[in-house]
Design a protein around this ligand. Structure first.
Ligand code: HSE
Length: 285
Protein backbone atom coordinates (compact mmCIF):
# COMPACT_ATOMS: atom_id res chain seq x y z
CA UNK A 1 0.00 0.00 0.00
CA UNK A 2 1.19 3.50 -0.82
CA UNK A 3 0.91 6.14 1.95
CA UNK A 4 1.17 9.87 1.29
CA UNK A 5 1.23 12.28 4.23
CA UNK A 6 1.25 16.05 3.77
CA UNK A 7 1.46 18.65 6.56
CA UNK A 8 -0.75 21.68 7.06
CA UNK A 9 0.95 25.02 6.54
CA UNK A 10 0.70 28.52 7.91
CA UNK A 11 1.58 31.24 5.40
CA UNK A 12 2.81 34.84 5.56
CA UNK A 13 4.03 34.93 9.20
CA UNK A 14 3.15 38.63 9.12
CA UNK A 15 5.26 40.57 6.61
CA UNK A 16 6.22 37.56 4.45
CA UNK A 17 3.08 37.90 2.32
CA UNK A 18 2.98 35.25 -0.45
CA UNK A 19 6.57 34.34 0.39
CA UNK A 20 7.10 32.82 3.87
CA UNK A 21 5.43 29.74 5.35
CA UNK A 22 5.74 27.13 8.07
CA UNK A 23 4.80 23.43 8.06
CA UNK A 24 2.72 22.32 11.05
CA UNK A 25 2.13 18.96 12.70
CA UNK A 26 -1.40 18.55 11.40
CA UNK A 27 -1.79 16.19 8.44
CA UNK A 28 -3.65 15.07 5.34
CA UNK A 29 -3.02 11.34 4.81
CA UNK A 30 -3.80 9.12 1.83
CA UNK A 31 -3.63 5.36 1.87
CA UNK A 32 -3.72 4.13 -1.70
CA UNK A 33 -4.64 0.57 -2.77
CA UNK A 34 -5.09 -0.50 -6.32
CA UNK A 35 -5.65 -1.11 -9.09
CA UNK A 36 -9.46 -0.87 -9.32
CA UNK A 37 -12.07 -0.64 -12.11
CA UNK A 38 -12.80 2.95 -11.17
CA UNK A 39 -11.55 5.57 -8.71
CA UNK A 40 -12.85 5.15 -5.17
CA UNK A 41 -12.23 7.84 -2.58
CA UNK A 42 -13.30 7.11 0.98
CA UNK A 43 -13.37 9.81 3.63
CA UNK A 44 -15.47 11.11 6.50
CA UNK A 45 -14.80 14.80 5.87
CA UNK A 46 -18.35 15.73 4.88
CA UNK A 47 -20.18 16.68 1.71
CA UNK A 48 -17.88 19.65 0.95
CA UNK A 49 -15.09 17.25 -0.03
CA UNK A 50 -15.96 15.45 -3.30
CA UNK A 51 -15.34 11.71 -3.44
CA UNK A 52 -15.03 11.56 -7.25
CA UNK A 53 -12.91 13.15 -10.01
CA UNK A 54 -13.86 16.60 -8.67
CA UNK A 55 -11.77 15.94 -5.59
CA UNK A 56 -8.80 18.34 -5.73
CA UNK A 57 -6.28 15.57 -5.01
CA UNK A 58 -7.51 13.38 -7.82
CA UNK A 59 -8.08 16.33 -10.16
CA UNK A 60 -4.44 17.36 -9.66
CA UNK A 61 -3.14 13.83 -10.24
CA UNK A 62 -5.26 13.38 -13.39
CA UNK A 63 -4.13 16.76 -14.74
CA UNK A 64 -0.58 15.36 -14.67
CA UNK A 65 -1.46 11.86 -15.95
CA UNK A 66 -4.97 11.73 -17.49
CA UNK A 67 -4.95 7.93 -17.94
CA UNK A 68 -3.66 7.08 -14.47
CA UNK A 69 -4.85 3.61 -13.39
CA UNK A 70 -7.79 3.94 -10.95
CA UNK A 71 -7.10 3.16 -7.29
CA UNK A 72 -8.92 2.98 -3.99
CA UNK A 73 -7.92 5.92 -1.77
CA UNK A 74 -8.64 6.20 1.93
CA UNK A 75 -8.26 9.82 2.88
CA UNK A 76 -8.08 11.27 6.39
CA UNK A 77 -7.36 14.87 7.29
CA UNK A 78 -7.06 16.97 10.42
CA UNK A 79 -6.58 20.15 8.37
CA UNK A 80 -9.73 22.30 8.48
CA UNK A 81 -11.01 23.62 5.13
CA UNK A 82 -10.94 27.33 4.22
CA UNK A 83 -9.43 28.39 7.54
CA UNK A 84 -5.95 29.57 6.49
CA UNK A 85 -4.02 26.38 7.19
CA UNK A 86 -3.26 25.46 3.58
CA UNK A 87 -5.82 22.68 3.10
CA UNK A 88 -5.98 23.18 -0.68
CA UNK A 89 -2.17 23.34 -0.97
CA UNK A 90 -1.86 20.09 0.96
CA UNK A 91 -4.40 18.50 -1.39
CA UNK A 92 -2.49 19.76 -4.45
CA UNK A 93 0.80 18.39 -3.11
CA UNK A 94 -0.88 15.06 -2.31
CA UNK A 95 -2.24 14.92 -5.88
CA UNK A 96 1.16 15.68 -7.41
CA UNK A 97 2.75 12.97 -5.27
CA UNK A 98 -0.01 10.51 -6.15
CA UNK A 99 0.75 10.97 -9.87
CA UNK A 100 4.49 10.96 -9.17
CA UNK A 101 4.39 7.64 -7.33
CA UNK A 102 1.79 5.80 -9.43
CA UNK A 103 3.19 7.07 -12.71
CA UNK A 104 6.88 6.72 -11.73
CA UNK A 105 7.49 10.30 -12.83
CA UNK A 106 10.63 10.73 -10.72
CA UNK A 107 9.77 14.36 -9.86
CA UNK A 108 12.21 16.23 -7.65
CA UNK A 109 10.99 18.58 -4.91
CA UNK A 110 11.91 21.46 -7.23
CA UNK A 111 9.75 19.96 -10.01
CA UNK A 112 6.86 19.54 -7.57
CA UNK A 113 7.22 23.16 -6.48
CA UNK A 114 6.96 24.41 -10.08
CA UNK A 115 3.79 22.40 -10.71
CA UNK A 116 2.23 23.31 -7.37
CA UNK A 117 2.87 27.05 -7.68
CA UNK A 118 1.32 27.08 -11.16
CA UNK A 119 -1.81 25.48 -9.68
CA UNK A 120 -1.97 27.44 -6.39
CA UNK A 121 -0.76 30.83 -7.67
CA UNK A 122 1.67 31.54 -4.81
CA UNK A 123 4.32 29.44 -3.05
CA UNK A 124 3.95 30.19 0.66
CA UNK A 125 1.74 27.18 1.45
CA UNK A 126 2.84 24.65 -1.17
CA UNK A 127 6.57 25.15 -0.49
CA UNK A 128 6.48 24.30 3.25
CA UNK A 129 4.09 21.42 2.47
CA UNK A 130 6.86 19.99 0.23
CA UNK A 131 9.99 20.89 2.21
CA UNK A 132 8.82 21.09 5.86
CA UNK A 133 10.08 23.57 8.48
CA UNK A 134 10.31 27.31 7.87
CA UNK A 135 10.35 28.15 4.16
CA UNK A 136 11.10 31.33 2.24
CA UNK A 137 9.95 31.23 -1.36
CA UNK A 138 9.66 33.40 -4.46
CA UNK A 139 8.14 33.02 -7.91
CA UNK A 140 7.70 34.86 -11.16
CA UNK A 141 6.51 33.97 -14.65
CA UNK A 142 9.58 31.80 -15.17
CA UNK A 143 10.07 29.72 -12.00
CA UNK A 144 9.57 29.33 -8.27
CA UNK A 145 12.41 28.87 -5.79
CA UNK A 146 12.34 28.04 -2.11
CA UNK A 147 14.78 27.64 0.76
CA UNK A 148 13.81 25.78 3.91
CA UNK A 149 15.39 26.02 7.35
CA UNK A 150 14.57 24.05 10.48
CA UNK A 151 13.14 25.90 13.48
CA UNK A 152 13.60 24.24 16.84
CA UNK A 153 11.62 24.52 20.08
CA UNK A 154 8.84 26.67 18.62
CA UNK A 155 5.13 26.08 19.17
CA UNK A 156 2.27 27.40 17.06
CA UNK A 157 -0.63 28.34 19.34
CA UNK A 158 -3.35 28.14 16.73
CA UNK A 159 -6.82 29.66 16.95
CA UNK A 160 -9.11 28.14 14.29
CA UNK A 161 -12.12 30.40 13.92
CA UNK A 162 -15.49 28.68 13.67
CA UNK A 163 -16.44 30.32 10.35
CA UNK A 164 -14.79 29.86 6.95
CA UNK A 165 -13.05 32.72 5.16
CA UNK A 166 -12.35 32.01 1.50
CA UNK A 167 -8.92 33.07 0.27
CA UNK A 168 -10.60 34.79 -2.71
CA UNK A 169 -12.70 36.97 -0.35
CA UNK A 170 -9.70 37.76 1.83
CA UNK A 171 -7.58 38.68 -1.21
CA UNK A 172 -10.38 40.83 -2.65
CA UNK A 173 -9.93 43.44 0.13
CA UNK A 174 -6.24 43.96 -0.68
CA UNK A 175 -5.27 47.13 -2.56
CA UNK A 176 -3.67 46.97 -6.01
CA UNK A 177 -0.93 49.34 -4.85
CA UNK A 178 0.77 49.95 -1.52
CA UNK A 179 2.42 53.25 -0.51
CA UNK A 180 6.22 53.02 -0.83
CA UNK A 181 6.83 53.88 2.85
CA UNK A 182 4.54 51.03 3.97
CA UNK A 183 6.19 48.60 1.52
CA UNK A 184 9.68 49.55 2.76
CA UNK A 185 8.67 49.10 6.41
CA UNK A 186 7.12 45.72 5.68
CA UNK A 187 9.75 44.28 3.34
CA UNK A 188 12.54 45.32 5.73
CA UNK A 189 10.69 43.64 8.62
CA UNK A 190 10.39 40.52 6.46
CA UNK A 191 14.14 40.59 5.70
CA UNK A 192 14.99 40.89 9.41
CA UNK A 193 12.50 38.11 10.22
CA UNK A 194 14.31 35.69 7.87
CA UNK A 195 17.77 36.67 9.11
CA UNK A 196 16.62 36.31 12.72
CA UNK A 197 15.24 32.80 12.12
CA UNK A 198 18.47 31.75 10.41
CA UNK A 199 20.55 33.10 13.31
CA UNK A 200 18.23 31.52 15.89
CA UNK A 201 17.22 34.94 17.28
CA UNK A 202 13.61 33.93 17.61
CA UNK A 203 12.55 36.81 19.86
CA UNK A 204 13.49 39.22 17.08
CA UNK A 205 11.70 37.07 14.48
CA UNK A 206 8.53 36.98 16.60
CA UNK A 207 8.50 40.77 16.93
CA UNK A 208 8.92 41.19 13.16
CA UNK A 209 5.84 39.01 12.59
CA UNK A 210 3.71 41.83 14.00
CA UNK A 211 5.03 44.47 11.56
CA UNK A 212 3.03 43.74 8.45
CA UNK A 213 1.41 46.38 6.24
CA UNK A 214 1.06 44.28 3.08
CA UNK A 215 -2.14 42.49 4.06
CA UNK A 216 -3.14 42.42 7.76
CA UNK A 217 -3.80 46.18 7.69
CA UNK A 218 -6.47 45.61 5.02
CA UNK A 219 -7.87 42.36 6.39
CA UNK A 220 -8.28 43.32 10.03
CA UNK A 221 -12.01 44.09 9.73
CA UNK A 222 -12.56 40.52 8.47
CA UNK A 223 -10.76 39.07 11.51
CA UNK A 224 -11.49 41.13 14.64
CA UNK A 225 -10.19 38.27 16.82
CA UNK A 226 -6.63 38.93 15.53
CA UNK A 227 -6.28 42.12 17.62
CA UNK A 228 -7.84 40.45 20.64
CA UNK A 229 -5.47 37.47 20.53
CA UNK A 230 -2.43 39.69 19.91
CA UNK A 231 -3.30 41.89 22.89
CA UNK A 232 -3.78 38.84 25.14
CA UNK A 233 -0.44 37.39 23.98
CA UNK A 234 1.31 40.71 24.78
CA UNK A 235 -0.01 40.42 28.32
CA UNK A 236 2.05 37.21 28.58
CA UNK A 237 5.07 38.96 27.03
CA UNK A 238 4.63 36.99 23.79
CA UNK A 239 5.08 38.77 20.42
CA UNK A 240 4.59 36.44 17.44
CA UNK A 241 0.90 36.73 16.60
CA UNK A 242 -0.14 36.92 12.93
CA UNK A 243 -2.98 36.08 10.57
CA UNK A 244 -2.31 32.59 9.22
CA UNK A 245 -2.45 32.82 5.41
CA UNK A 246 -5.62 34.58 4.33
CA UNK A 247 -7.23 33.80 7.70
CA UNK A 248 -9.40 33.45 9.64
CA UNK A 249 -6.97 31.28 11.68
CA UNK A 250 -4.60 33.25 13.88
CA UNK A 251 -1.26 31.80 15.00
CA UNK A 252 0.93 32.90 17.89
CA UNK A 253 4.43 31.50 17.50
CA UNK A 254 6.14 31.14 20.83
CA UNK A 255 9.22 29.52 22.33
CA UNK A 256 8.77 26.14 23.99
CA UNK A 257 9.58 27.76 27.36
CA UNK A 258 6.61 30.13 27.17
CA UNK A 259 4.18 27.89 25.26
CA UNK A 260 2.22 26.30 28.10
CA UNK A 261 1.60 29.52 30.04
CA UNK A 262 0.65 31.49 26.93
CA UNK A 263 -1.63 28.70 25.68
CA UNK A 264 -3.52 28.57 29.00
CA UNK A 265 -4.01 32.34 28.84
CA UNK A 266 -5.16 32.37 25.21
CA UNK A 267 -7.61 29.48 25.42
CA UNK A 268 -9.38 31.42 28.20
CA UNK A 269 -10.37 34.16 25.72
CA UNK A 270 -14.04 34.42 24.90
CA UNK A 271 -13.86 33.28 21.25
CA UNK A 272 -16.11 30.80 19.37
CA UNK A 273 -13.39 28.77 17.62
CA UNK A 274 -11.06 26.00 18.63
CA UNK A 275 -7.44 26.11 19.85
CA UNK A 276 -4.55 23.77 19.05
CA UNK A 277 -1.01 23.80 20.40
CA UNK A 278 0.95 22.53 17.37
CA UNK A 279 4.56 21.67 16.75
CA UNK A 280 6.44 22.65 13.60
CA UNK A 281 6.64 19.76 11.09
CA UNK A 282 10.32 19.18 10.28
CA UNK A 283 9.48 17.08 7.23
CA UNK A 284 7.30 18.03 4.32
CA UNK A 285 5.42 15.49 2.24
N1 HSE B 1 -0.36 34.41 1.01
C1 HSE B 1 -1.73 34.02 0.80
C2 HSE B 1 -2.64 35.13 1.28
C3 HSE B 1 -2.00 32.76 1.56
O1 HSE B 1 -2.37 35.70 2.34
O2 HSE B 1 -3.61 35.45 0.59
C4 HSE B 1 -3.40 32.26 1.37
O3 HSE B 1 -3.47 31.13 0.64
Amino acid sequence: MLTIKVPATSANLGPGFDSIGLALELYLTLKVEGPQDHWQIEHTLGADVPADEHNLILKTALALIPDLTPQRIKMTSDIPLARGLGSSSSAIIAGIELANQLGNLGLTDYDKLQIAVRLEGHPDNVAPAIYGGFVVATYDDVAADAISAPVEHVHALTYIHNEELLTSASRAVLPKQIPLAEAVKTSSASNVLVAAVLRGQLDVAFRMMERDHFHETYRRDLVPHLAKIRAAAHECDVYGTYLSGAGPTVVTLVSEAKATTAFQQLIGLDLPGKWLNLGVARQGM
